[in-house]
Design a protein around this ligand. Sequence first.
Ligand code: PBG
Length: 320
Amino acid sequence: MNIRPRRNRKSHALRTMVQEAKLGVENLIYPLFIEDGKKIKNEIKSLPNNFRWSLDMILPELESCINIGLDKFVLFPVVQESLKDKTATYSYSDDNFYLDAISKIKQEFPHISLMSDVAMDPYSSDGHDGLVENGIILNDETLPILGKMTIAQAQAGIDIIGPSDMMDGRVGFLREALDNNNFKDVSIMAYTAKYASAFYGPFRDALASAPKSGNKKTYQMNPANRREALLEAQLDLEEGADIMMVKPALCYLDIIHALKENFDIPITAYNVSGECAMIYAASEKGWLDYEDAMSEMLLSIRRAGADGILTYFAKDFAKL
Ligand code: PBG
């Protein structure tokens, strides 16, 4: 044998030199859940070590994350059932606690990159991402609602909006709405290839946002499809997305890779709640080593081609 690949693995010094994919805190985006009230820090049952925070409690939490190098966060609102309605009016109302939290957080930490979720489900009495009529999720009628939500978030000071709803044409619609309202610098990170996945369970527990009837298969993508992700990406690029996301990450590494190979804008991947929950649960049982397993999972998402990763592991990885 004159070629022995093991020779390049013989020491830590060599292994690190020839390491291809690298992962640092700069690649991580930390999702946090916020709810109205004071002194709230409620652990999410199906997502241990992740909490629903009130604003007064999330500010020191953000500070401790910033101190260990995290500077990108995505914020999800937990909305009381009594404030939800068919048209998600609370999402852009003047007394919305989430919008208030966005502006307070940006005042406190102007240098961080703060991202939002744009979809109707946290505010919808139907628990769907779009407007529901007779059991059908209406596409074009949903867009103006997402538009109002987007402008309200931009007014509050959001840096990047994250349309996660999968309605057709929404990236272009929201880009135009932002530009027309003088928010030319607000970016769009599109949930480009978002699949109808079983791995969103713990997130829907956290928000109590599961669909009241039916499922999300008429708008989220079929897990069997790869070429369709390229079509979605082509559309989002043409409509003005700044960053394209694949979601979930782990079962969709080939999709991350395909978008990275075919499109020249940054790619992010959402390492969703169910993927993290699997590792939390297995390591709680002593079946997996938590730090090794989560680091390997995150590294594989980088290797597939993601520039940024939204992950509940962000803080623990940064500590490491
Ligand atoms: C909803 C939304 C979901 C997630 C992010 N935004 C759930 C869904 O589509 O039902 C899931 C994230 C996760 O599981 O961590 N617009």
